[in-house]
Design a protein around this ligand. Structure first.
Ligand code: AHR
Length: 493
């Protein structure tokens, strides 16, 4: 008999920062160009060059924040190339991603306009790898200084009188790799130098994010925290799930159980990474002032056959829905330290929320998880005790069910549940403790599929879409339901 999962509805642990549901959009493949930006003259319905369907879809998940312009692109990006009349902007090569022409039609003004349309906070990532201190200093001045100054005047000449509000600013990206191949001591010193000139103008207070570790490079975190903790607000962490390893990632549509299992196992690894990096951060910042900013995460597969290898376009299946559910639950659990996370990447790249083909757009299973989980944004993370059966494969075991619960400001409790087993149902009993008024207005939604690689296509966009979760039974303070294999559910009352 399966043990009940205990939800202590009266034990609120931390706020789940809505920025854990953040996104990332790079000048990579068809993410910015085609994905967001189609230009004012496009036949695709747009507002000032930005496609309406994508904006509407992202507003529907309450997108809280968007990171831009990279990624590796950020450390090759010179922001002045992307301002002024579009036709006069420099055409350059996107050396990192496919060697294609970057016409710079999407720059600072377009990004800020996009964030405005989305109702999302901008998170701008600066260039340390190939940029200068002056360039970074001037970008901040251009975006945030109100008074009389060369950069503020330039902004006004380009049609923007008032500065923008900007909080989140990244000082470099992956500086251990594409951002300059630096050693931690060297980057730490550069971070100290560059961030000095990332100034707060007027009442615009910046939250400075230092470039953090690659996966399990704990020494990077140690050095950054030891040398520069006092000068940062956030420290990033990047980790991708490569089912077959970095060289041979595997197909997004691989139907095998071994691919499924390893993807789940590597998703749970995020918990280990956060715990270990947090232990180091705790040493220098026991108050947890500094946020761990997981500003790149997701499942990364081989590109779809026939597409540009530099564009990182991949399909997205029910497997990715589970990847998303597991990661988001882990971020909830560590919400005292994890203040932001950004799935890579929003449209047409890696674990995308949205795929486009010309004027067509589809929502991926990952999108649906973000939409179903939006109830957790800024809610109070509740204490949960779950001793669940195992999902076994070839002698290895993982917890069959991942669960997380939160309470919103209006008192509504939401419990999300992922059954990762490919074959077995999960009969669940939820013991709801600490309720003041009993269980009322219960509803549930489920996202599931019958094959490990079921996905949405432009012909059949609703193969994987949320449906009503049937069969929830309530008796006093106990709720029972059976979760089918390969499913993500949310129950609210
Ligand atoms: O998201 C794709 C790339 O992955 C980013 O540009 C880089 O930061 C990371 O290595």
């Amino acid at each position: 008999m399966t043990k009940p999962i205990i939800i202590n509805t009266d034990i609120e642990k931390n706020t789940i920062n809505k920025n854990i549901y953040g996104h990332f959009a790079e000048h990579l493949g068809r993410c910015i160009y085609e994905g967001f930006w189609v230009g004012e003259d496009s036949d695709i319905p747009n507002t000032n060059g930005i496609r309406n369907d994508v904006v509407e879809a992202l507003r529907n998940v309450n997108i809280p924040l968007l990171r831009w312009p990279g990624g590796c692109f950020a450390d090759e990006y010179h922001w002045k190339d992307g301002i002024g009349p579009r036709e006069e902007r420099k055409r350059m090569v996107n050396t990192h991603w496919g060697g294609v022409v970057e016409n710079n039609h999407f720059g600072t003004h377009e990004f800020m306009m996009l964030c405005d349309m989305l109702g999302a906070e901008p998170y701008v990532n600066g260039n340390v790898g190939s940029g200068t201190v002056l360039e970074m200093q001037e970008w901040i001045e251009y975006m945030t200084f109100e008074g009389e100054s060369p950069m503020s005047n330039l902004r006004k000449e380009n049609g923007r009188e008032k500065p923008w509000k900007l909080k989140y600013f990244g000082v470099g990206n992956e500086n251990w790799g594409c951002g300059g191949n630096m050693r931690p001591q060297y980057y730490s010193d550069l971070y100290r130098q560059f961030q000095t000139y990332v100034r707060n103008y007027g009442d615009n207070k910046l939250y400075k994010i230092a470039g953090g570790a690659n996966v399990d490079d704990y020494n990077w975190t140690e050095v950054l925290m030891r040398e520069s903790a006092g000068l940062m607000d956030g420290l990033s962490l990047h980790n991708y799930v490569f089912p077959g390893g970095f060289e041979n990632k595997g197909s997004a549509l691989d139907p095998t159980e071994s691919a499924w299992f390893v993807t789940m196992k590597k998703s749970f690894y995020m918990d280990t990474l956060i715990k270990r990096h947090s232990t180091i951060m705790d040493k220098y910042d026991p108050e947890k002032r500094i946020g761990m900013i997981v500003d790149e995460w997701g499942a990364w597969y081989d590109v779809e056959p026939g597409t540009n290898p530099g564009f990182l376009y991949q399909q997205n299946t029910i497997r990715d829905a589970l990847v998303a559910g597991i990661h988001l639950h882990i971020f909830h659990e560590h919400s005292d330290r994890v203040h932001m996370a950004n799935i890579a990447q929003t449209v047409n790249v890696i674990q995308a929320m949205i795929l486009t083909e010309g004027s067509k757009m589809i929502l991926t299973p990952t999108y649906h998880v973000f939409e179903m989980f939006k109830v957790h944004q800024d809610a109070q993370y509740l204490d949960v005790s779950a001793d669940v059966p195992s999902y076994e494969f070839e002698g290895e075991e993982l917890p069959q069910v991942s669960v997380s619960a939160s309470k919103a400001a209006n008192g509504e409790v939401s419990i999300s549940l992922c059954n990762i087993d490919t074959k077995k149902d999960a009969p669940i009993t939820l013991e709801l403790r600490g309720l003041k008024e009993g269980v009322k207005n219960v509803s549930g939604r489920i996202l599931t599929a019958d094959k490990t690689n079921t996905h949405n296509t432009f012909e059949n966009p609703d193969n994987v879409a949320p449906k009503e979760l049937k069969g929830i039974e309530v008796s006093d303070e106990t709720l029972t339901v059976t979760l089918p294999p390969m499913s993500v559910s949310v129950i609210t009352f």
